[in-house]
Design a protein around this ligand. Sequence first.
Ligand code: AMP
Length: 655
Amino acid sequence: MLYSELCNALEKIEKNSMQNYKIKILSELLAKSHEEEIETIVMLCLANVFPVDTQKELGISSHIIAQTISKAFNISKKTVIDDWTKSGDLGTTAMNLCNMRTQTTLFTSAITIRKVFFTLQKFADIDGTKAQGKKIDFLTELLSSADKTEAKFLMRTVIGQLRIGISEGLIKEAIQSAFYSRIYWKSLLTQKRNEKKVFEDILNEKDKKILIEPSIAEFLGKKNKEQFDLFLDANDIKTTTKETIEKTLKKSGFFSKSNNIDLCLVDDVDFGNKLKSTVSDKINHAYQVTNNLALIAKTSQKEGEPGLDKLKMRLFCPIKVMLAQKAKSFEDALEGVGTPAAIEYKYDGIRMQIHKQDDKIQIYTRMLENVTKQFPELAETIMTNVKCDNCVIEGETVGIDRHTGKYIPFQYISRRIKRKYDIDKLVKEIPVVMHIFDITYFEGKSCLNTPFCQRRKIIEKIITPDKCIVLANQITTSSVDEAKSFYNKALEDKQEGVMIKNQNALYVPGSRVGTMLKLKPILDTLDLAIVGAEYGEGKRKGYLSSFLLACRNEQTGDFLVVGKLGTGLKEKEEQGTTFKEISDLIKDDIMTQTNRSVLVSPKIVVEVAFEEIQKSTNYNSGFALRFPRFICLRPDRSINDINTLSDLKKIFQNN
Ligand code: AMP
């Protein structure tokens, strides 16, 4: 497929905020994708060039991208930076400046999706002193042949953010719509006038096989209401009953690609939901166990439902972790999860998912980044002290003060995630202990559908505690008093609070579930991205300070400012994270400087405490944090993981 075809679809999605329209465009794109390209297309729609669990990165700073635009279009870097300052996005800048390209740099050869994908994939293997130069050359070649829209999306792909609101949920819907019968129901029509238009457009599509309930036909002004129990052509709308719709779908293999039915228009929400969720449940499940939408799209295209059923959790393909909801009180929590509940320490460390098969161990963070090399002592201990042929265990790894033996806060151990050199030295300096609290795979089978109390029994059986790995401290109780004293003990032990878990709960990857709750004393913290700063004065001279913090608008992908951060950062290294450390981290991503202020492409995530959230017209989020205070850098979280505008709205409304 030509890259322009993908980019034109992305452009349409950017210009229209209606979810159904976005799904329609994406599903059309997937439906016409070639078998060998569909995975690439899905990945590019999510601005991914490498699978999530690989350590690979493009390794390009915003300034290198700006330099590439300047070189490819043969214009000055200043012109690029000036436009970037105005647009705030290098993709938009590439688009804006595309027409200034001079004849010498103008290529006419069309770029294909494969060419883009494989060129970018090569970046991960380019290193050495000339690496940046080579990357600029490769990118320049692509950019020189790109039209405006291609230039915009190419640059955004390199940055890792398309900024057009394509979520994983949207891709799942598009896969469903492209490869399985589409189900619509009437309330969708009556709620919004535009939806009716969508329906009418569908009915005008050629060569579609449609099942439709009589009342819908009437609603849409179609006169012909004959009973009909076979597939129908969209040009000849006829109707059939609920029972026949269900029977026909089942008979023809509801999920198989060749079921011959393109869509069903039904009357009520319940029936529509029932039909639709039969398909979406399968897709969701496949996503939970594979964490790979590209694979799901390919499987759906090739094999339909039977293919989805065959997708299973696999060792060394990490899954998304299950997340907890917040509890207000012990009373609420115990009532919420049901008693007796399992209560565990909530450790303040790095969440890890460890895959083991015979003598192979791989360690992944919550972001599914592979950190095996950084934690050699853990890998070694898991090898000897976890007795089974294969498993996936989960836990929280906490740092220990080597002099006192006491737990240390997250910010110290976070240094171990990013460290790529002198690892042995750091192993000695910051020893760790992993508190194992779950198992999701055991002896060749997934345990996602095994109740939590049984999963705990398995880890109790196979793990021999050692200085490096122990089981999470747990009690089971129905008593609020007992729960409270356990919580106090956790706080005395310098941990964050407790987790309260339903004993029969299944493991739901990637979901924030009501069967696992967290309770901690301090006011909640937010994970936010740094998008700007000001050069400091006095002791902070030469460094950036007063960092602009932003949350993410999950609809548009934009970063919206919520406040400025200065408190909590230090001047001296031995005191904690310094202004210098953050300045060094962001200096390559400074987009623009006006007097003392700089704007930065979002890349660095920080955890921040605050007193309250207020409405504010000072910032484009519409909110401002009162007294934000730096807690720590979050190298284990990506900018896609930060708190969203809706999170802020929720916190604001609850206070
Ligand atoms: P939060 O990051 O505040 O949403 O809290 C949830 C996190 O607590 C999980 O993602 C884990 O990393 C961490 N955690 C610490 N101890 C436990 C435990 N015993 N069970 C589950 N999660 C835990």
